[in-house]
Design a protein around this ligand. Sequence first.
Ligand SMILES: O=C(O)CCC(=O)C1=CC=C[C@@H](O)[C@@H]1C(=O)O
Ligand SMILES: [Mg+2]
Length: 321
Amino acid sequence: MRQAQVYRWQLPLDAGVVLRDRRLKTRDGLFVHLQDAGCEGWGEISPLPGFSQETLDEAQQAVVAWARAWSEGQLLPLPELPSAAFGLSCALAELQNTLPQAADYRAAMLCAGDPDDLFATLAALPGEKVAKVKVGLYEAVRDGMVVNLLLESIDDLHLRLDANRAWTPLKAQQFAKYVNPDYRSRIAFLEEPCKTREDSLAFARETGITIAWDESLRDEDFRFEAQEGVGAVVIKPTLTGSLQKVQQQVAAAKALGLTVVISSSIESSLGLTQLARIAAWLTPGTLPGLDTLHLMKAQLLRRWPDSDLPCLQMDVLEPLL
Ligand SMILES: O=C(O)CCC(=O)C1=CC=C[C@@H](O)[C@@H]1C(=O)O
Ligand SMILES: [Mg+2]
């Protein structure tokens, strides 16, 4: 007999998590748990404030209705809301054993805070040294100097940068001016430098710095096409939709020869470990962008290997059905 449950949860975040100018104090989300004929599957639905179009309450309504119908034997189409479609499709994939267990728990180190503190940590990174640095939060010139300094001091370091569309063309140029042309090839990519796609493309052409699309993938008029200066796409499944849609986007990007990075939308450890499995499955060989667990004060139900954070269990979940 089929059984479905939807749980709501809330986790405290580290004091310093700022997203699109707003400070996030907690991460709120849902889990769905499906059981059928001795098999089970879990999925996480946690729209990211400032990034997702839908609110958690809207996602909850859609997920509860879908799960109720499913437990009564109906198979409704997945909801349109990306976070809901993603979480439900993961639960179904676990239930049907189509989401492989093997996971890629490596993550490009997310750097924040004082650059002076970063050198030692980065220099000591084992294996492929890839770090992600946010730019566009301070003066573009300061960003340029920090990036230059990091690449200068650690000669096997590659950086992923992310401006979240913060710059005007002028500011982007000010940034680029400070990065020694010899080091630019070690900028693996710079996500979304400018406010518009046209300006970002012009920046890539003019500076030789490879750019990546993240926010643009959610633009109504976005199409996968070869574009000079674009080297990668960053796919955030919680913002994209069902696993099937994620697979389609990965395939379309790969067909253009682009690097595809599966990235976190600050999911709990349960969602994050599923993303590590999706990365191992769909983008083997590319370091995923999943270094966000340390932004939280606890894990939930499933552990991320080597994390020291306490792992909270079922008793903190609020059942909704
Ligand atoms: O992509 C990564 O390496 C980590 C995730 C990450 O950088 C982000 C997750 C969610 C919102 C943003 O703060 C940021 C991004 O814009 O890509
Ligand atoms: Mg980004």
